[in-house]
Design a protein around this ligand. Sequence first.
Ligand code: ADP
Ligand code: MG
Length: 736
Amino acid sequence: MPAITWDSKLATVAGHHAAKIEKAFGYTTVGDLLQHYPRRWVDKGSLSDLGAIVPDEHVTVIARVVRARRHEYHDRRRGGVAYRLEVTVATEKDELALTFFDKKRHVADWREKDVRAGRTGLFSGKVGTFRGQLQLTNPQTQMFGEPGAGESEDEATTAWDKIPQLVTIYPASAAVQSWQISDAIALALDLVEEVPEVLPEELRTSHDLLPAAQALRWIHRPGSWAEKGAAERRLRFDEAFVTQTVLARRRAASAALAAEPRTGRAGALLDRFDERLPFTLTAGQTEVGEAILGDVAAAHPMHRLLQGEVGSGKTVVALRAMLRVVDSGGQAALLAPTEVLAQQHHRSVTAMLGDLAAGGMLGGDADATRVALLTGSLGAAARRQALLEAASGEAGIVIGTHALLEDKVQFADLGLVVVDEQHRFGVEQRAALAAKSSGTPPHVLVMTATPIPRTVAMTVFGDLETSTLSELPAGRAPIQSTVVPVADQPAWLDRAFARIREEVSKGHQVYVVCPRIGAGEKDDEPPAEDDARPTAAVEEVVPMLAEGPLQGLRVEALHGRLTPDRKDDVMRRFAAGEVDVLVSTTVIEVGVDVANATMMVVLDADRFGVSQLHQLRGRVGRGGLPGLCLLVTGAPAGTAARERLDAVAATTDGFELSRVDLEQRREGDVLGASQSGVRSSLKLLSVLRDEDVITEARELATAVVAADPELRDTPELARQVRRLDESDQAEFMEKA
Ligand code: ADP
Ligand code: MG
């Protein structure tokens, strides 16, 4: 028999279970299987300590199934059949009830076979009480031994004796029994000859890390908690190290590219613009601005991420960089996530530039340029004109939506790409725009108002330098936020509407935000919890308000189903003060800027994410007038939804809120779809918690790449890096 290696087919250790394991987890090799790490480790000692079953505590017990009965019932919420398995298990002293709820028949069938009278297993979950009896609902389970016909008491005792001191519990799936996967892993551990080592020996020892093979043995079969800890530390480090090496190589590759240095001219557009700026730049704007001007003057392409809260003045910083590029004979493109935003950027950039944007016009300034707008909804003539201005270089600045990415769009000399709101744009779109530059690649500046924790930035945007604008420009009034709990206090809703009238009577304007456009429409946001209440819809709220509590006020609707002309018209009239109350979906989320709008009412606020609510409310309090934000919710006190809203009401610190937000999401969502390779390669590393590991790995990876860019001395590292890089690129190609 040939030796079993890391790359051997899964079937060599999993036999006829291989197909099921591959289907459930996507593993194809022995190495993949060995990286199926336990989900939890439990002390055997604690399993026999049965005095400890206390309501609300998390317990893991070993017990034998005494009885199991399956019930079918009608699930009213979902409108279909569902299954409940009621189980009684016996420990040495106690009985405990377990209840499993399953929605799918085949899962219920599997469960009934798995948790069958006579079998022994581990059950782990939070202890609750039901009708005075202690019970675990949907506990994690791991049954022992082959599910042969009725195991005897003796077998259960043997099973107990065979349990190691630290019990490992593996992620399982309905299709694969936990014992099948742990048996296969045990066999693989015994048979595999060599475990690949990504770390050069001297780096490994100097960082006090276990050899890879030992780490692998200890993660699966630790003799003590210390062994498990050391193993985890090593394997987590590897994940960070491989990811950071990929990023270090991307950074090195882009630093090796040539870009046109854009050094500008004294006394030209940028200087003229600075002279007429109606305010002084904040210290942060000045500092970040200098860094960016330094970047675009360099002979390598800039890749910079600029983060700053809504209203922190990112656009001005970007515009100054664009002007510097125009002063150097190049062009700049500004890519906005929505049509409304592109139009607004176009209006405000044109207004800020004044006659400096009147290039080629009679009486225009000699240094002046032109600002073109290119969106999907332009008429044929306007579109032709914009395309022409971009291609001829007449327009120094071209602002647009995704339409800018189309093949037809050509630039004479694209020197800078500014992307507004990174989270709506993938890496691939950035690349598509960068590819429009005919000669050397353009400089790239990405702006985001969603603060990204340092570790996430280092992992997801590891190929970008980051800058942060942390102060808001002076004269910004604070926003007061209040939760309006209509479940506990129905009368407060009327008070909220009365408050809108009051605000309008002072000459101000108000936003009302709804999760949906119309009846029968799906939510913008999937419901956070399993909650089937219909939510507020723009098309229903407008007549409800206009004919009810807001009678006599000018109430208008804005949402994504309106024609672009109609949207533009509504926005224009709202900006001009001709509309009192704008009822909209989240289309107003980013960037819309109406200084006279002082109040926002978010209906069914629990349907929005924490960061999204924070962004939304950034629309008010922009004109030096204090802002008020009411978060209306039907979620009862004490629910997770209410806690989220209370957090938003309690602070205006975007970084704090972004942390709250990220903690509630899964890692995969944090990393985003465009980083699927990175995402699936991170098993033990948390991009939210493991800052130290990521920082250390980044330094090491940078040093390794600097000394040996092709990774010739570390073939295993080179191999894993290539694999991860390719999985990201593959994703990229599929989307393109
Ligand atoms: P962001 O894009 O970060 O949300 P903007 O660049 O749109 O913020 O700036 C928000 C508003 O603040 C704009 O009206 C802008 O003109 C104004 N602004 C920007 N910088 C300053 C500053 N240093 N002092 C006063 N107002 C400023
Ligand atoms: Mg902005």
